[in-house]
Design a protein around this ligand. Structure first.
Ligand code: SF4
Length: 446
């Protein structure tokens, strides 16, 4: 990646502000941090664009498989450690199925793959891909099953075989789905690379020896393949750790372009596939292939992935809005909180658990939690009153407004701002059900 100074040298340096930044230097710094695009400056010359195009490309190429909404980008990474900037494209998980299985067994795997989807803090976590292995050795069977799979499954597909001719036949059959062609042996790399170039399907290059892997990558590139995925064929946890680290360090630190591609780890033959998948997740893998992923192990793995691939500089947020919970009416209490996702979903879950009807107003605090937002001046009576005004909640319900206990000190001013009775709620979200119950009882006695 180019540095801010390298970008700055090629910018017009007129400080015209047309890019939305006060100076060209500020814009250059955004470019270096990947927070702006070259095209955001309408005055940059084509020569400068061309000069920067190569140096601004990520050292790990972005390779896409699949199509449509489930298009899966892999790689595109620029740093070895998340805290240096952020990781870009989350590791994907694929389940295997074989072309010689009975159709019912494939259906079962398909149903399982579709069921591995979870809604967590407003995001959908799901299994990403399926890996169809050619066990029949028959091109017609492999292609027919690939076609059938492409009709039933809208996610990315990986076609796996050691024979280039089998991968080419099945790859042609579902080329519009842009499958990853995986597992070809060394003898078939050039033939497959020529097809990859022509058919636009990415391919993997495999070897447990990194020198041989480098030679095969060069062969594939010489034959025209551009979208490659590295398969270091690690034989255990140690192998994954060593090979993934060596590949990524070579690409980022030594600028060794031959290894500047996403990494694939097939953990199906390893002793503890889930432990290997976990290690691959935290150690630079872009695609992990598994034979099985039990539901109780899928959610922790997907959550780990989310933790690693969330931008550390951008809190996860929900939209400022009014959220009715448990069917509230014109007499239900009004609670409010910040738009930090974890706060919102925790509060929401506790209100749901209470089974008491509530209007929950979320206030935009730029993703900050209650106390942080209050301290930063982003969660004060004026902000809350403005959010109430926007949603019209005070016209929807005449119920009491409940201030989060942690910011009880805003209650007096808020009462004046909204001209409505305000009561102080709980410090901890877990106490909300008990508090709501007591509130309902005391209101019933009034
Ligand atoms: Fe500089 Fe281009 Fe931004 Fe103008 S639009 S300030 S020339 S970077």
């Amino acid at each position: 990646m180019a540095t801010a100074i390298e970008y700055f040298k090629l910018l017009p340096k007129t400080n015209c502000k047309d890019c939305g930044q006060p100076t060209c230097l500020a814009f250059a710094m955004l470019l270096a941090n990947q927070k702006a695009e070259l095209d955001d400056c309408p005055h940059i010359s084509q020569e400068a664009k061309d000069a920067l195009a190569e140096s601004s490309a990520p050292p790990v190429r972005t390779v896409e498989i699949g199509s449509g909404e489930r298009l899966l980008p892999m790689g595109g990474e620029t740093v070895l450690f998340r805290h240096e900037r952020r990781f870009v494209n989350p590791v994907a998980y694929a389940l295997t199925l074989d072309d010689d299985w009975a159709p019912e067994l494939r259906e079962e795997t398909l149903a399982k793959a579709e069921s591995l989807a979870f809604d967590r803090v407003g995001m959908i976590f799901r299994l990403d891909a399926l890996c169809l292995r050619c066990k029949s050795g028959d091109p017609d069977t492999f292609s027919a099953v690939a076609k059938e799979l492409a009709e039933r499954w809208d996610g990315p597909i990986i076609l796996q075989s050691s024979e280039a001719s089998l991968l080419i036949t099945a790859g042609e059959a579902i080329a519009s789905h842009k499958p990853l062609l995986h597992g070809v042996d060394a003898a078939g790399v050039e033939e497959l690379a020529a097809f990859s170039k022509k058919g636009g399907c990415p391919m993997s290059v495999s070897s447990s020896d990194l020198r041989t892997l480098a030679e095969l990558v060069e062969k594939a590139r010489a034959a025209g393949a551009e979208d490659l995925v590295l398969d270091p064929v690690a034989d255990g946890m140690k192998g994954i750790l060593e090979s993934n680290t060596a590949l990524r360090r070579s690409a980022l630190k030594r600028k060794f372009k031959t290894f500047g591609y996403p990494i694939l780890n097939d953990v199906t033959a390893l002793e503890d596939p889930l432990a290997a998948a976990t290690l691959a997740t935290v150690r630079y893998s872009s695609l992990v292939i598994l034979d099985d992923l039990p539901v109780e192990q899928a959610l922790p793995l997907f959550t780990l992935r989310q933790n690693i691939y969330t931008d550390p500089q951008v809190p996860i947020q929900v939209k400022q809005d009014l959220y009715p919970i448990n069917d509230p009416d014109e007499d239900s209490p009004i609670l409010f909180t910040t738009n930090f996702s974890l706060t919102y979903f925790t509060v929401r879950a506790d209100i749901e658990k209470s089974r008491m009807p509530v209007w929950l107003q979320v206030v935009d605090t730029e993703g900050l939690s209650v106390l942080t937002a209050y301290s930063a001046g982003k969660f004060n009576p004026e902000h809350v009153a403005a959010a109430f005004e926007e949603s019209g909640v005070l016209a929807k319900s005449s119920g009491p407004v409940v201030v989060p206990g942690l910011v009880a000190r805003m209650s007096g001013k808020l009462e004046i701002e909204i001209d409505r009775k305000v009561i102080v709620g709980t410090n901890e979200s877990t106490a909300i059900p008990r508090h709501l119950k007591r509130l309902a009882e005391s209101r019933a006695q009034e």
